[in-house]
Design a protein around this ligand. Structure first.
Ligand code: G1P
Length: 296
């Protein structure tokens, strides 16, 4: 596949208030799921799609993200001297890509964060990956979206059906299914009340955007929550150009929420070769003691 999408933007300037106090002085994106921070899952997903340039939008208290993807001379020497080759390789691999860091300055919203990437994205299509949404590494959501982009050369959003009580947390679309799981989008509302939602189909944290979004973002006024919303700019774009959506059927973990984060931790631990057997035993014994307490 010729990959027309070579760049990915990772908005990572949010305050992470849902995880305070853990996120008071360190980035939410560095919270680990088993042994990898959230942002690394996002970067690895882009790597699997042959993305070559990684653009991070950061802010205050986010320096650990830069260090994480940087060359770590002392650590590497230490691992080398101890013969820990696999770990050395893992640590080294992360620093081999081209990373750019842009500070958002003020938390003015997702739309504003994307606009900050303009000088680095220039005139190419690009992916946007929100690291709060972890996509199961066995699913190929982003790759599918890139295929759709390659075919239509237009904006592609990742979509998922969500229960009514969660609709207020998402951008919600209206549209028509033109092919299996591919939608042509006709409407979009950021975080609507269930009664005002055009459907039960939400935008999830993966986008393939075209560079013309920047003109729309530059004109977008603060919307929901007083922030510059990507959804509002996409809605304006929609009036001029087609926007497509891909309805994801695989597994997503909303790690921006405590329960979603815990679910991801448990399920990833159950697959991690280093801990899965012991962890499974622990879960089974915890489960039986919960059940016996319930019965007594
Ligand atoms: C953002 C977008 C929203 C989208 C969501 C997906 O909201 O504004 O349209 O549905 O990401 O995760 P946030 O979660 O940043 O509030």
């Amino acid at each position: 596949m010729i990959n027309k999408v070579r760049k990915a933007v990772f908005p990572a300037a949010g305050l992470g208030t849902r995880f305070l106090p853990a996120t008071k002085a360190s980035p939410k994106e560095m919270l680990p799921i088993v042994d990898k921070p959230l942002i690394q899952y996002a970067v690895e997903e882009a790597e699997r799609c042959h993305i070559k340039e990684f653009i991070m939008i950061t802010g205050k208290s986010k320096r650990a993200i830069e260090d994480h993807f940087d060359y770590a001379w002392e650590l590497e020497e230490n691992l080398k001297s101890k013969g820990k080759d696999a770990m050395l390789e893992e640590v080294r691999r992360l620093s081999q890509h081209q990373f750019a860091y842009i500070r958002q300055g003020a938390p003015l919203g997702l739309g504003h964060a994307i606009l900050c990437a303009r000088p680095f994205v220039k005139d190419e299509p690009f992916a946007v990956i929100l690291s709060d949404d972890i996509i199961d590494p066995d699913d190929d959501l982003l790759e599918e979206m890139i295929h759709i982009y390659n075919k239509y050369e237009a904006t592609v959003l990742a979509l998922e059906r969500v229960p009514k009580e969660e609709i207020h947390r998402y951008g919600v679309i209206g549209g028509t299914e033109i092919k299996n799981n591919i939608f042509e989008i006709t409407d979009m509302v950021e975080k609507p009340k269930p009664s005002a939602a055009p459907s039960d189909i939400a935008i999830i944290g993966r986008y393939i955007l075209t560079p013309d979004i920047f003109e729309f973002l530059a004109k977008t006024q603060p919307g929901k929550g007083g922030e510059i919303q990507l959804t509002d700019a996409l809605k304006a774009l929609l009036k001029k150009k087609p926007v497509y959506g891909y309805l994801f059927q695989g597994k997503r973990y909303d790690a921006g929420d405590k329960i979603g984060y815990l679910r991801a931790t448990v399920e990833f631990a159950l697959r991690n070769p280093g801990v899965k057997d012991q962890f499974r035993e622990y879960l089974l014994s915890t489960f039986s003691s919960i059940m016996s307490n319930k019965e007594s």
